[in-house]
Write a protein that binds this ligand. Structure first.
Ligand code: HSE
Length: 422
């Protein structure tokens, strides 16, 4: 039986999840896989702190060197979270030839080039299945199961917190702030929810997924990002009347050699497989030129789903004769400055003759084709109504230019939401 010495960097909920999985399932895994693990040291901020799983005190240390400098440790498990010092510790471990297994999308996306270079130059293993969509094996699918494909597009619900919020807004007609407060009470949203609700968490994950899908680096700074904080129950409800479900979508597509990578609220038709992905679940729906369409679905967060991916990476690393690094070239992707999609535009407008004609004329001048329009009572001002336009698929920049020229004496934009998967 091969025994592999491992060290942990961090031991919060996810670290405790890994410890627990090894303790409760390690023997079965050893029988099935022929590998066993010895935990040598665990870096924590406060060794005396109470944890969700009992861990022997002699394993705990508050000195990173006890893990990084230990020559017997072959695999460093990183679950500190945050960008630093996690990124520096991972690079240090790789430079010492140790394999790194990480759940840290932020550190990985923000320092992708340095981390991959350190692994390559030192022949070290780098495993990061848990960094995107928790237990869902999407990284392995892209790296090892779909290489025969040119991935043409990918759409994902890759943040569970926002999916929980939007699902409840749809089911209950509830306001964003009320559902967020509930999610915080239930531990499904952080006390500071910015990373989730403003789309940063999803942008880190999309940077990693798009880089692997298109084999060139898609830096996180190149990912267009919009969060869900301005979504109103009206948008959700009107979308519903059009047969649409609202999600925080991560979209990546390669068109004519340019890549678009974006995270923003988007409607999908109720009949689309992503529309049924409710609550805190994640899913990635992709298209490959050979495999066609595929969807991966499961739990994207939580201690045990994340531990499932981390321990699976550990087993793979321990059994590897040669570590595989991402098949990603040195060049960065050329990013698209515009993209085509259907747009849902909600306006508050004066209910007077000629208003609809003026707005329609403005769209026409910018080459935006209207697919349908609805007028609803209930503007905020007397004599105002809500107008909802659905465009045909077309340039986002054209829609933006048209809306910039809107005469505010007759109408103002309340929301502009993309529609994908039509
Ligand atoms: N808050 C994240 C989510 C956790 O909801 O998906 C995993 O990144």
């Amino acid at each position: 039986m091969k025994r592999t010495a491992i060290g942990f960097l961090g031991c919060g909920n996810i670290g405790c999840g890994v410890y627990r999985l090894l303790e409760t399932h390690g023997e079965t895994m050893a029988q099935n896989e022929g590998v066993a693990f010895d935990i040598r040291r665990i870096l924590v901020r406060s060794p005396g702190k109470k944890r969700s799983w009992d861990i022997p005190a002699h394993l705990l240390t508050d000195r990173a060197e006890d893990v990084l400098d230990d020559p017997q440790i072959e695999i460093v498990m990183e679950f500190m979270g945050g960008e630093e010092p996690a990124a520096s510790y991972m690079i240090e471990a790789l430079r010492r030839g140790k394999t790194v297994v990480t759940a840290n999308k932020m550190a990985l996306a923000a320092h992708w080039e340095e981390i991959v270079r350190a692994a390559r130059e030192h022949g070290a293993g780098l495993y990061y299945e848990a960094s995107v969509c928790g237990a869902i094996p999407i990284i392995r699918a892209l790296n090892e199961s779909l290489q025969a494909n040119r991935i043409t597009s990918m759409m994902g619900i890759i943040n569970g917190t926002t999916n929980y919020i939007l699902t409840r807004m749809r089911e209950e007609g509830a306001a964003y702030s009320d559902v967020l407060a509930d999610a915080q009470r239930l531990g499904l949203a952080e006390p500071d929810p910015t990373a989730d609700v403003e789309g940063y968490d999803a942008a880190y994950k999309l940077s990693i997924l798009a880089t692997l899908a298109f084999h060139r680096h898609v830096p996180v700074e190149s990912v267009y990002r919009e969060g869900i904080t301005k979504i109103t129950p009206q948008d959700v409800q009107y979308g519903r009347e059009f047969g649409l479900t609202l999600k925080l979508l991560a979209v990546a597509r390669e068109v004519d050699g340019r890549v678009e990578a974006r995270v923003h609220p988007a409607f999908v038709p109720d009949s689309h497989p992503l529309a049924g992905v409710g609550g805190a679940f994640n899913a990635v729906y992709l298209n490959g030129h050979a495999c066609g369409e595929m969807m991966f679905y499961g739990r994207g967060a939580g201690d045990m789903p994340t531990a499932s991916a981390l321990v699976s990476d550990m087993i793979k690393a321990a059994k590897a004769k040669r570590h595989m690094l991402p098949a990603v070239g040195d060049a960065r992707c050329e990013m698209a400055e515009d993209w085509a999609c259907v747009h849902f535009v909600r306006m508050q407008a004066k209910d007077e003759p000629g208003v609809l004609a003026q707005v329609a004329g403005l769209f026409a001048r910018h080459g935006v084709s209207i697919a349908s329009v609805a007028q609803k009572a209930g503007g905020d001002r007397p004599g105002a109504v809500q107008m909802i336009f659905l465009t045909h698929g077309g340039s986002e920049q054209a829609v933006r230019r048209a809306l910039c020229e809107l005469n505010h004496d007759i109408a103002s934009v309340c929301s502009m939401i993309r529609v994908e998967g039509v």
